[in-house]
Write a protein that binds this ligand. Structure first.
Ligand code: ADP
Ligand code: MG
Length: 294
């Protein structure tokens, strides 16, 4: 994602988009490092000129833009305002992994919950940025098609270098369930290698956990998904009754006999928390690097 003051290259094809005619959910798809998040932010800025209430959903659980990795974040603008990141209400959905592979059900449910919330909050345009999982061999097509069926976007923007998205886009074009707008990949896109991606996630977790403290709670009073195995350093989401994530915590200690668990979390109040959802990564609280658990 482009840094706030980093000048962006705006290809003529972006400028030609008739933004005044766009509304509803606008899904942005492309492989990793195709400029999806940069385009998403550009589109958000232009939509604000025509819509009073615009929502931005960061649906990338790996290279997240607006929230800690493993979560998807919805942010709304303050009516009439156009700053990025948007300054209005925020909602989060926990997926529990830094990759959608093997976590497609929570990813789809969370995406649906966030889009529904954006609509309930009065957003008439919703920009939805997605993960770079588009490879059919890893379920990329199934995932994106399911998103289209579930979220009913008015437009899918496809960013592709050659024809790597055609497995995914051709059936969508033919189905006529959604309008597909093709966009080229900007020459200005910078690719990120695996260590850079991991460092990016660690920085994002570090920022999120700044000022965190240990909080003890009794998990027997809460719904625990999927099963209460509080492995040390495991990442946990604290959720409200609607399934939104109020905060994340890292397991420090736990005691099965008393049913207590100590979580390192920036959340200052447990009010409204009625469920814990265990992720499938651990986080080192010194380096903030993540390691897959299962
Ligand atoms: N149009 C653009 N102009 C300038 N830099 C860009 C542009 N598109 C992408 N980049 C840069 O390339 C990198 C990857 O872009 P990003 O939008 O995060 O891609 P994706 O979301 O597809 O992984 C970022 O560092 C971003 O600043
Ligand atoms: Mg991105």
């Amino acid at each position: 994602m482009t840094e706030p003051n980093h000048p962006i290259d705006i290809p003529p094809s972006w400028e030609r988009i008739t933004v005044s005619a766009l509304s509803g959910t606008l899904l942005i798809v492309g492989a990793a490092d195709t400029g999806k998040s940069t385009f998403a932010r550009y589109l958000y800025g232009r939509l604000c000129e025509y819509h009073e209430r615009v929502a931005f959903i960061d649906g990338d659980v790996g290279q997240a833009t607006l929230g800690p990795p493993t979560t998807m974040t919805l942010v709304l603008n303050e009516p009439g305002q156009c700053v990025f990141p948007p300054a209005g209400p925020r909602f989060r959905a926990f997926v529990g992994s830094v990759s959608p592979r093997a976590h497609m059900i929570p990813l789809l449910l969370g995406a649906h919950r966030l889009v529904q919330k954006a609509r309930d909050m009065g957003a008439t345009a919703i920009v939805f940025d997605t993960t770079g999982l588009v490879d059919p061999a890893y379920g990329g097509c199934e995932l994106k098609w399911a998103k289209v069926d579930l979220l009913r976007p008015s437009v899918v923007f496809g960013l592709q270098r050659r024809s790597e998205l055609e497995y995914l886009l051709l059936p969508l074009r033919l189905s006529r369930r959604v309008r597909v707008i093709d966009l080229p990949v900007s020459q200005a896109v910078q690719r990120r290698d695996v260590p850079t991606r991991q460092e990016h996630r660690a920085n994002s977790f570090r920022r999120y956990f700044e000022g965190a403290k240990a909080v003890e709670l009794n998990w027997r009073n809460l719904a625990v998904f999927p099963v209460p195995i509080f492995t040390p350093l495991r990442l946990v989401a604290l959720e409200d009754s609607a399934g939104f994530t109020l905060g994340l915590g890292i397991v420090m200690t736990s005691d099965r006999v008393s049913g207590t668990v100590s979580l390192y979390t920036p959340l200052t109040s447990l009010e409204g928390v009625n469920a814990l959802r265990l992720g499938n990564i651990t986080i080192d609280p010194h380096t903030f690097r993540d390691t897959r658990l299962l």
